[in-house]
Each structure stands twice: as C-alpha cells, then as structure tokens.
Design a protein around this ligand. Structure first.
Ligand code: FES
Length: 271
C-alpha cells in the first residue's frame, strides 16, 4: 500500500471553472472528476491546453508545478503569481478554457508528532500548500504569513485567521515572518513551511536551534514531475533525492541548508 495518493496514468484535459484575482495573485479553479483527492502538500503539473508556447516557432513550454491550494469533491484550486511566461499564460485562463492536469504528485505533509501543535509558516505564493493543510488540521493550527506589501498581503485572506507580517509594515507586523515564529518556538510545536528559499532557510535554522521538528515544502523546477528525468535532484544528509517523488515536502533535519539547494542547477523555481 502506498503512503501517498497516486496520480492516474497520463495527463488529463480538464476545464477551468474559476478565475479570481486575490491581490497580486490569481486563484485558478478547475473540475477534476477523474482524479483522486490530493494529500495536502502534493502538487500538479499544469499547462494551458491552447497557446502554451513561446517564440516565433511557438515551441511548447514545459508544464509548471503547483502545489494544490484547496480541494473539495472534484474541484481543485491553485494560486499563481505572474512571474514569467508560463505563470502569465495560466493566469490568462478563464472559465471554460482547457487545462492539462497531471497529478496529484509527490509526497505531502505528515501529521504532527505526538503532542505537538502545528504552526504553519508561509511566504508569498508559498501560502498554497498551507491552505489545504490548515483545512485538514483545523483551526487550532496557528498560521503565520509573510508578504512583500499590502497588495500581496491580500493573499492572507485565503487562510482566515492568519497572522501577517509585511516587509514594508503596511499590514500587520513590519518585518519577517520568522519574527512571528520566534516566540512560538518556546512551545511544543511542529513547523510546516513553504515560501522563498531565504525564508525557508531562516525557518530551518531557527527550528534547528530550538530543536523543533519542521517540514519544508520546497520549490523546484520540475520537468516531468514523476521521477523520470532526474531534473529535480537535490542533495540531502541522506544522499540525493528527487524532489518530485521524495518531496516536495522534506524533513528540515535532512537538509544542510535550503539556500544551498537553490544554488543547485536543478532547482530554479516555477516561472
Ligand atoms: Fe523529473 Fe523530478 S521532475 S525526476
């Protein structure tokens, strides 16, 4: 028996059902009647059914990897930010448009160890896997989110009750989300984090210092998404792993440094 939800073989063509602007982000919803419900922290490879290419010869883009934001019955939601041609094209999709979907893929979060209270820490678009995980854990899970400015901080509304930090102080605490995490480390907690590499590295280092277990959802450029291309290999204390099958969620204790991973040529993020 598998300890993860397995994707049906091959990609499937589904329909976009929802396009909503949430501050600097777009929430894209689709109907996925033939796929299983994902585990929190799993991801999907997405590609627009039409116009998915660039340059004069319209060479197709690789699909882009996205953690699932929310899942209910046969509906799946993803959150994206326009940071490059792939995310821009996906952000142009509207209800009724076709979307290629492959997933759910990878290994998600595992429940907190006995007696530990979950604390979810997110940065920017890294809010995605924390929303579905909070849905599963319930409202007792504390959620701490960090954003660049007020427009991005509107994204915090995707997880009701979240405490917010912004770089410019326009919403919530002025400073880093790790400023909000630090006082919580005196408790018996387990940390779940997703966000940009410097934030994840700060979370990893703080948790190591306070001996708090942490699970980190890592961002990576995925080519195939199911273990075939070895394009997402990263070093850990236990040897090399493929982030798309052994992650994207890894135990922080297995990593020497998150920023070191992101200097690795295989990990380039989602654009
Ligand atoms: Fe191909 Fe991971 S993306 S092996």
């Amino acid at each position: 028996m598998s300890d993860r939800t397995l994707a049906p073989f091959g990609r499937r063509l589904v329909r976009v059902t929802e396009h909503e602007r949430v501050g600097a982000y777009t929430v894209l919803g689709c109907s996925d009647p033939h796929g299983p419900a994902p585990d929190p922290g799993q991801f999907y490879m997405l590609a627009a059914a039409a116009g998915w290419g660039g340059g004069e010869d319209e060479r197709p883009f690789l699909p882009r990897a996205f953690s699932v934001l929310r899942s209910q019955a046969d509906r799946r939601e993803f959150v994206l930010e326009d940071v490059g041609p792939g995310t821009r094209r996906l952000g142009e999709l509207r209800p009724g448009d076709g979307l290629w979907l492959l997933g759910p893929l990878g290994r998600g979060f595992v429940p907190p160890r006995e007696g530990r209270t979950p604390v979810l820490v997110g940065g920017g678009v890294g809010i995605a896997p924390l929303a579905i995980w909070r849905d599963a854990l319930g409202p007792e899970a504390l959620v701490l989110l960090g954003f660049r400015d007020a427009e991005h901080a509107i994204g915090a509304g995707l997880i009701p009750g979240a405490r917010v930090a912004t770089d410019d102080g326009s919403v919530g605490h002025q400073g880093l989300v790790t400023d909000l995490l630090a006082p919580e480390l005196g408790g018996v907690i387990e940390v779940y984090a997703c966000g940009p590499p410097p934030m994840l590295e700060a979370v990893r280092a703080l948790c190591a210092e306070h001996r708090a277990p942490a699970q980190l959802a890592l961002e990576a450029g995925m080519a195939c998404g199911f273990g075939a291309c070895f394009g997402c290999v990263v070093p850990t204390r236990d040897g090399y792993v493929r982030l798309c099958v052994d992650g994207p969620v890894l135990e922080a204790a297995t990593l020497q440094s998150v920023t070191e991973l992101h200097s690795h040529p295989a990990t380039s993020g989602v654009r």
